[in-house]
Design a protein around this ligand. Structure first.
Ligand SMILES: [Ca+2]
Ligand SMILES: [Ca+2]
Ligand SMILES: [Ca+2]
Length: 488
């Protein structure tokens, strides 16, 4: 009996550990843990009792009905000594059930040991964080993953048993992820205010029906504004980057002399509609020659020409620059201006143009009825501009236009004051943009410049909606409208 009591004490001690551990396990299979109320109490000697002492239903008369060889296992699948609870019966098992031995039938081990991956291990060496699993089970808050007990249930951790996660988390692809916010998984079927669960994802209600839900859309009350949308020249921040008309959305500005109002447009209206015109310029614009009577303009890059219908702002034709005016070959251009057909008694079928190049001024004519350009003569770079008073430096000229009648108030002084002749009439006038100044030029009688005016101070560039100097590529004046074409 002494031997049995010693062995029972050992089993009792290990069993207490197992009971303590097993009470907290999740998904444990096999033996049922003993509840606290089932725990054996110590006897009067302080020694622990044998299973039959404690759990026998008739312990009072000294009989032993559980825990011994071939007897039913006591409560908690406990057997005496080295016996193993094989399903429900205590058996001597010399080749299984002890530490490091294979598990016995029914994944059973001796008391104080637990079957871990087919091998009996001390119960205290499994089930806790980073320990091996106890027969596939772990303490509460842990999950058995590849036979290791890992933390689970917190954000981005594996989901716990049954797909359980902490508050405001949802188990998605076996990971606990934040849920309920816009663009997040639904918490079950619940979503935060202003969003709704659609196909498992919380999506904001798309009030403006632009495909971008509230919470994602920067302005869910305006379908013109959506993240990722193409920026248009419309005064609105279309792509939701907080800047209206950035990314060179505008590239063509028209100032109407009669109203003093600017309007801005895309350089290629077709591109805004997703179908860029094959005739629109795609490289930097250098100069333009407009044909007043046809409401068109020939717009030139370093290598190409493009025909713009000024009224519709559509690009109608294009080609190689030097096939249009062969004398442009090898030239670097600064700007240009045109003289309307019939001006001062000239041929009504011929529009005159002057192209300012770094090596000379090319005079050209446009035959309106034949729609053809011809070269007429070349003049040297006008050295006499340097330095009559107020003249721009020729090499710094970047744009110009002619047709001014000053009714728009381009000049703040009387153009008559430029000429010392007794002429009762002066003009036309030209505008020349050189560097950051605008120079007003009397081009009909005395060919003199007015005082240069900083670009941003010169009407109409001082008016609201004007393009900034940094975007100005070239200009022309056509039928009462000053047109500015923008840089790329
Ligand atoms: Ca929307
Ligand atoms: Ca919107
Ligand atoms: Ca815009």
């Amino acid at each position: 009996m002494a031997r049995l009591r010693t062995a029972t004490r050992t089993a009792r001690s290990a069993r207490a550990l197992w009971i303590s551990l097993a009470a907290g396990l999740v998904g444990c299979t096999g033996v049922e843990p003993v509840s606290v109320s089932d725990r054996p109490s110590r006897d009067a000697t302080g020694d622990s009792a044998s299973p039959s002492d404690v759990f026998s239903s008739d312990a009072g008369d000294g009989g032993a009905s559980c825990g011994e060889e071939s007897q039913p296992c006591c409560v908690g699948s406990v057997c005496s000594g080295a016996l193993v609870c094989e399903v429900t019966t205590c058996r001597a098992q010399p080749t299984c059930g002890a530490d490091a031995q294979p598990c016995c039938v029914g994944s059973s081990c001796r008391s104080g040991f637990v079957c871990t991956a087919g091998t009996c291990r001390p119960a205290t060496a499994c089930g806790r964080l980073s320990q091996a699993c106890c027969s596939g089970a772990c303490e509460s808050g842990l999950r058995c993953i590849s036979d290791r007990c890992e933390a689970c249930g917190a954000v981005m951790q594996a989901c716990c048993g049954g797909g359980a996660c902490g508050a405001s988390l949802a188990c998605v692809a076996d990971r606990c992820q934040p849920c309920g916010g816009a663009g997040q998984p639904c918490c079950g079927s619940a979503c935060s205010a202003g969003t709704e669960c659609t196909a498992g994802v919380c999506r904001g209600v798309d009030r403006d029906m632009d495909g971008s839900p509230a919470g994602v859309d920067c302005d869910d009350a305006d379908p013109r504004r959506t993240p990722g949308r193409r920026e248009l020249c419309d005064g609105v921040d279309n792509n939701c980057n907080m800047i209206a008309d950035d990314d060179n959305a505008c590239g063509l500005w028209v100032h109407t002399a009669a109203t003093g109002v600017w309007a801005a447009f895309a350089l290629d209206a077709m591109a805004e509609m997703g179908a860029p015109s094959p005739n629109a310029p795609t490289t930097e614009i250098r100069f333009a020659l407009d044909i007043e009577s046809l409401s068109i303009a020939y717009v030139f890059t370093d290598t190409t020409f493009h025909v713009l219908d000024v009224r519709t702002r559509r690009w109608t034709a294009s080609g190689a620059r030097d096939t249009l005016i062969a004398q442009l070959s090898g030239r670097t251009t600064l700007g240009a201006y045109t003289v309307p057909a019939g001006h001062a008694g000239a041929n009504a079928n011929l529009e005159g143009g002057a192209i300012l190049t770094t090596t000379g001024v090319l005079s050209v004519e446009f035959n309106i009825s034949m729609r053809r350009w011809t070269f007429s003569m070349e003049s040297p770079v006008p050295t006499d501009w340097m330095p009559p008073a107020n003249a721009p430096m020729y090499s710094r000229i970047r744009a110009g236009w002619l047709d001014l009648n000053n009714a728009e108030g381009w000049a703040s002084f009387s153009p008559m004051s430029l000429c010392t002749t007794t002429a009762t009439r002066v003009g036309p006038y030209a505008g020349v943009i050189a560097g950051s100044n605008v120079h007003f030029f009397e081009a009909g009688h005395c060919n003199r410049f007015g005082p240069p005016v900083p670009f941003a101070s010169f009407a109409p560039f001082s008016r609201p909606g004007s393009p900034p100097l940094s975007r100005l590529a070239t200009t022309f004046f056509n039928n009462g409208q000053l047109v500015v074409l923008g840089t790329r």
